[in-house]
Design a protein around this ligand. Structure first.
Ligand SMILES: [Zn+2]
Ligand SMILES: [Zn+2]
Length: 211
């Protein structure tokens, strides 16, 4: 099981910000010069002027009392609609404020992934299994390109000349099946790629056409 992550103990990404400015900027926290009764002269919540540092200390206490329970609750919150909306907004704000870090972090993650793919067989196998369909698709596409195979002008099913013939693949394995127009490709998908469903649909149409 993953080790629970301890909560943050200090937050100071707002800089100097009066309550009025914080409200105008749609922020939830502002900075107050006034210390709280425990002497924290840091941030306050816009909603109730409570001390953010005290709030974080309480979080830390809750964590120390029961790290696993804390992690479970945090996960529940993150997966809730409110939690998801909150993280999205927070991440967007952070990304806008730190464009350079985004690029650096992305590069770091890429490096870490590359290294783990080479050094950690369990990780590599898990990654390959999770991306089997995507990888097979990509490989098939590369192979077709290498073989110089070009998409035909007409759809293999309806024979219509389509602006764009698409690359149809099996949704389970990602293997290339054929060249279809967009409509036929979608029809197969809507029927769940089931010959049985498609046969019944055809029978249904025939039955009602003759009666
Ligand atoms: Zn305080
Ligand atoms: Zn077609």
């Amino acid at each position: 099981m993953a080790k629970p992550i301890p909560p943050q103990t200090a937050l100071d990404f707002l800089g100097a910000l009066s309550k009025e400015d914080a409200i105008a900027a749609g922020k939830k926290r502002y900075r107050s010069g006034e210390p709280c009764k425990f002497g924290h002269a840091g941030e306050r919540w816009v909603s109730d002027d409570a001390c953010v540092e005290c709030h974080l200390l309480h979080r830390k206490e809750r964590y120390q009392r029961d790290p696993t329970g804390f992690a479970t609750n945090s996960r529940k919150w993150r997966k809730s609609e409110k939690g998801k909306a909150y993280s999205l907004a927070y991440n967007r704000e952070w990304a806008a404020a730190n464009p350079k870090n985004i690029i650096v972090n992305r590069e770091r993650a890429k490096e870490r992934h590359k290294r783990r793919m080479q050094e950690d067989p369990v990780y590599a196998e898990k990654y390959r299994a999770a991306n089997l369909v995507k990888n097979t698709r990509a490989k098939e596409r590369r192979d077709l390109k290498r073989a110089g195979e070009l998409p035909p002008e007409r759809c293999e099913i309806c024979g219509k000349r389509a602006e764009e013939i698409c690359f149809d693949h099996c949704h389970q394995t990602g293997k290339f099946r054929g060249w279809l127009c967009h409509t036929c490709n979608r029809l197969l998908g809507l029927a769940g790629d089931s010959p049985e469903v498609l046969r019944r649909l055809a029978e249904y149409l025939e039955r009602h056409a003759t009666s």
